[in-house]
Write a protein that binds this ligand. Structure first.
Ligand SMILES: [Zn+2]
Ligand SMILES: [Zn+2]
Length: 251
């Protein structure tokens, strides 16, 4: 008897091969023609994406020098400033190819480009085992950006954390109040001021006593993540951790 599922897979492979033959795809970074089993990036560019090195700050995932880590596993910023999140994880340095790729994905309408990171999200060790979170909350975007872009990349990445039945639900528990100045144009102090009371909790989603995992694409100073965590804790959240795709290394 022919195994129908296998047969379908074969057919799908033929179909993909055929389409690739007619419309060859190129690597988003080096522009070379992709092989049939590659998507978005060629394997060489993918292997060269800058991964964050260990040790990292236990709170905000910033790389810290080993000699510094020996004394404390928390970075200078996390010791000087009140951090409302408990622990965070990130995979890549927000620089070089990573920056180019993320900018292309966000600003040129290529949400599918994020798909190359799905394995990272599926294999990642979140600060707590994933099943221990009550909900996964994507950091919200300005409504006009969602309209412009048609998707929120944080939501897209949150969906990659899916691991069968044990994954907590993705809940849009945070709402973004109004559009402020883009954070990228501001210095550290201005960023903090710009963020004050930017987020609010959706009253329909109770966060009191909950253990929450925030998800975003990139963490720069950690100010946005901190403000999200502050808002959730203000409403009684018990613990707030985060997972981000990339982290800046120098500010
Ligand atoms: Zn390439
Ligand atoms: Zn830190």
């Amino acid at each position: 008897m022919i195994d129908t599922a296998l047969w379908h897979l074969e057919l799908k492979n033929y179909w993909v091969t055929f389409l690739r033959f007619i419309f060859p795809a190129n690597c988003l970074l080096c522009h070379q023609t992709l092989l049939l089993d590659e998507a978005v990036l060629c394997s060489s560019c993918f292997d060269h994406l800058p991964r964050l090195k260990h040790p990292q700050c236990q709170k905000c995932a910033l790389e810290i020098p080993p000699y510094h880590h020996a004394a404390t596993n928390v970075c200078q910023d996390c010791r000087n400033e009140k951090r409302f999140f408990d622990q965070g994880t990130a995979f890549y340095r927000y620089q070089d190819g990573m920056k180019t790729l993320m900018r292309a994905a966000k600003f040129n309408g290529m949400p599918w480009a994020f798909k190359v990171f799905k394995p990272d999200f599926q294999q990642t060790l979140t600060p707590l085992p994933i099943a221990q979170y009550d909900m996964i909350v994507p950091v919200p975007l300005d409504w006009w950006r969602v309209r412009q872009r048609d998707y929120n990349q944080a939501h897209l990445l949150a969906a990659y954390l899916e691991r069968g039945g044990q994954t907590p639900r993705i809940r849009q528990a945070l709402l973004r109040s109004r559009h402020r100045q883009p954070q990228s144009l501001l210095n550290r102090e201005q960023r903090k001021e710009n963020l004050r009371n930017l987020f609010r909790v959706d009253k329909k989603i109770p966060v009191h006593g909950k253990t929450i995992l925030l998800v975003d694409d990139v963490v720069t100073t950690g100010a946005t993540m901190n403000e999200c965590a502050r808002t959730l804790k203000q409403h009684g959240a018990k613990r707030v951790d985060f997972v981000a795709l990339a982290r800046t290394v120098t500010l």
